[in-house]
Design a protein around this ligand. Sequence first.
Ligand code: CMX
Length: 439
Amino acid sequence: MDSLKEKFASKALPFSQDVKKFLKEHGDKVISEVTVAQVYGGLKGVPGMVSETSKLDPDEGIRFRGYSIPELRDLLPKAPGGNEPLPEGIFYLMLIGELPTEEDVADVSNNLGRRAIVPLHVFSVLDKLPMQTHPMTQFSIAIMAMRTEGVFAKEYRAGMSKKDYWSATYEDAMNLIARLPRVAAYIYRRTYHDGNHIEPDPKLDWAANFAHMLGYDSDEFKRLMRLYATIHSDHEGGNVSAHTNHLVSSALSDAYLSFSAAMNGLAGPLHGLANQEVVRWILKMREEIGTSSPTKEQIADYVKKTLSEGKVIPGYGHAVLRQTDPRYTAQMEFCKNYIGDKDDLINTVHAIYEVVPPILKSLGKVKNPWPNVDAHSGAILLHYGLKEYDFYTVLFGVSRSLGVMANMIWDRALGLPIERPGSTTLELLKKKVGATELA
Ligand code: CMX
């Protein structure tokens, strides 16, 4: 057993006993009520699952095991000479529940490095797909193609005991996290660089190696990828990608089946695809207005036009957050440190931040007029030359694997059952609230 797995086992056993005891003593206590509007409104605010890796506060934003993003940028180990956290560190924190030391992070990095070989048939599958296949579709298919290596499915078939589910899931989760950067980089190079692929460099950390395989070898881009993966890794349990993984895996579907499903959810424009939509929207605005530096007045007019066409402003709003997303702020700070005010597109992103919230507020229905993570990420990628915005959600997906896989290992260790919420009908709801006269 590798040392990370051993450490997890030493944490998971007492924790699951704690959960059992808590459930026995308090399992019948009521913690929430559900309104009719919530039943029709995507169950927002209804606690329906447990996720220990991170918790989202509407005003303060995300905390990973209790630590905010600014705290983690300070506390998590960095690569030599770098000043952004290594994503291996946030994975360790989410999985083990403690801040890692430099050695812990090096151990995770080496562990992933040992597992990083992608079976050749995955590349053959990708090579068969039409070039116009969206990168997220390619990504989801490639994850499914990797399932031939699945440990959980093989051991389940061989009669694995329930108590070993977490162990087989750990193996699949780690293999998946290790291999996703190579698969994603392969998709990028085949789609946009004539199949001119770049071999991994085993001396690099997980995010830097990803940057390298994509073809972006500057220190700054490697730093960006470390920050990007860290801030995109998790956003508590109920967002579409995390929840999809949790739901699908509750049927004992393995990490490949569950994560591929999660990526199909991430590929929706109201979730992860918003990062490509933001850049598409800004480029279209620049084209229509005829300038690369639109004024605030021009931006305001374009925002109003977008709304009048019955569309949303991508990158703004959130189902839980009610303030500026700290993941947006972290990227703004990255720009301040490394890019300054010389990039027109990034300046426009910051101008949009001043223009959009008052307009969205004035509509009177938007619960959160502030920017989310996706409002910023694409512009920085474009600054470094990664201009193929259809690929951006794949970067989000690779990063998101850290959080959802940590959760999946925990779900198996806790032996969580199949998920099966109740559904209802309008007629039953009317009866329940005494509104039969409306029938
Ligand atoms: N632009 C225009 N209208 C918006 C809006 C926006 N950015 N955000 C919300 N609204 C509208 C909704 O469409 C809804 O309108 P209707 O009542 O006419 O249907 C109304 O305001 C109320 O919505 P809400 O309760 O404030 O928001 P939801 O929780 O339903 O949806 C989200 C949240 C993120 C889907 C929504 O804000 C949105 O569509 N934003 C733009 C897309 C985006 O940036 N998504 C990325 C989110 C982060 C991520 O997951 O990566």
